[in-house]
Structure formats: C-alpha cells, structure tokens
Design a binder for this molecule. Sequence first.
Ligand SMILES: Nc1ncnc2c1ncn2[C@@H]1O[C@H](COP(=O)(O)OP(=O)(O)OP(=O)(O)O)[C@@H](O)[C@H]1O
Length: 255
Amino acid sequence: MKDLNNHQHAVEIKNMWSYYHDVPALKEINLDVQEGTFLGIIGPNGGGKSTLLKVILGLIEPDRGDVRIFGKKPKEGRNIVGYVPQHSASRLDFPINVWDVVMMGRIGKTTLFRKYSPDDRKVVKEALEKVKMYEYRDRHIAELSGGQRQRVFIARALVTEPKLLLLDEPMAGIDTTMQKEFYEILEELKSRVTIIMVSHDISAISVYVDKVACLNQKLYYHGTKEIKPEDLEEAYKCPVEMIAHGVPHRVLKAH
Ligand SMILES: Nc1ncnc2c1ncn2[C@@H]1O[C@H](COP(=O)(O)OP(=O)(O)OP(=O)(O)O)[C@@H](O)[C@H]1O
C-alpha cells in the first residue's frame, strides 16, 4: 500500500490483540510505521515490547486484528525482515566461529557447507567490519565477551540486507563508545532499512530515533520524540523522575 507521499507502509497494525494463556500481552494496538523510519519502542518491563516484535516477525500469531509488513502477512514477509532477539548474544555457546555465525545469517543454516559466492563473502566481511569484529572472524563465538557477541549478532542481521530490521534491546551489554557507533551505523542504514528498536535507554532513544512508541499492553504514545512527561508517567505508572535509565532533560524540565 502506498500513501500520498509515495512512502510505503513498512508495518501496519490494526486493532491487534495478543494473549498468552488468556492473559493479554497486547491490546488494541494500532501502529503505522512508514518506510525509512527509525522507531524506538520503550515501555516498562513486561509491557509487551518483545511480543510486539515477535508478532511483526510472524513468530506469534495475534489473536485479533491485522498485521502487514510491506503489505504482506508477517510469515510471507519474513525474508525481508532482519531480527536481533533479546539476549541473542548469550544463546550460542558451542564452537562455531564468528565468520560462520554471520554467514549463516546470509545463506541459511542448511547451506553452510555449500560454496558461498564472492558476493556473500563481501557482504559478510563488510558487516563484520561495520561492527568492528572482522579481526575476530576466526574466533569461536563462545570465547567472546557478551558485548562482542552482540556485535556479531547485529552483523548477522545486517547480512540479510533486510527492508525491515527489528532489534530487541541490541545495546544491552555494549559499552557507551560502541553504542554511539552503533547508533551512527543505524542512522546510516536508515536510508535503506526501516528500523524498529526496543530499548530501555530513553535518553539515547530521544537523540537518535525519528519516532517513539511507548507500550504497556496498550500503546500509550506513538509520535515524535518530543514526549510529554504525562505520556511516560501514564505508561510506566510512576513519576517521570523514576523511569529507568534516565530521562532526557527537556522532558524533566517540562515536568
Ligand atoms: N512465552 C510466554 N508465555 C507466557 N507469558 C509470556 C510469554 N512471553 C511473555 N509473556 C508475558 O507477556 C508479557 C509481555 O512480555 P514481553 O516479553 O513482551 O515484555 P517486554 O516489554 O519485552 O518486557 P522486558 O522489558 O522486561 O523485556 C509479560 O507479562 C510476560 O510475562
């Protein structure tokens, strides 16, 4: 579907509900993400952020409502979506080297032993260089630190050359300098990829993203990063000063 400015809808969600064992994790979600947007999703623990990413990815079938990814149902659109799950870095603890982990993202697990093309090789090399892990390419993933592994998983998502990139707290365990570099990488990717990133770091979100969504079962806010304190307080159910990982000064000033 195209809108009047010729921007495609990367993600369109209409009146979506999702339950775990009869308990709603998401209620009445309406969300429209335009192609080329960098959307940050914030909200308290258990607010349904990871569930929303899984619904978009087609890993969870919603109980009600409609979800479209570039006009397709999530399962049909999966090949154009890159995903870095929460705590992905801690999941792989067997001896596979960094190069193969990223190459698997490019050509799939079952084809790892086929000869990969010079193009595959180039894309994997560039992704590893982007996250500053190329020199670690022959190291076993199990030997790396948490933050280094997380960088490898971000590279792995990049090599699929997705149209939509879903990142679930990708900066967890990444040092501040590297975080800044990652945000710069994401800003650069924005011209080619729509990005949806879950984060608890409201200060960073307010600097780097285009749009913010605040989720606690319901969508309490979706709009520009100029969030009002009351929008956060309603979703987090506490005073703005207490909200995790600091709040941008201008939000506090407006309070
Ligand atoms: N597999 C599951 N089975 C049952 N309940 C689940 C399951 N996964 C998540 N939930 C519940 O659904 C709600 C939303 O969880 P979700 O992981 O989406 O929240 P989140 O916003 O990503 O949280 P956090 O910020 O803590 O990572 C929580 O109450 C959680 O306990």
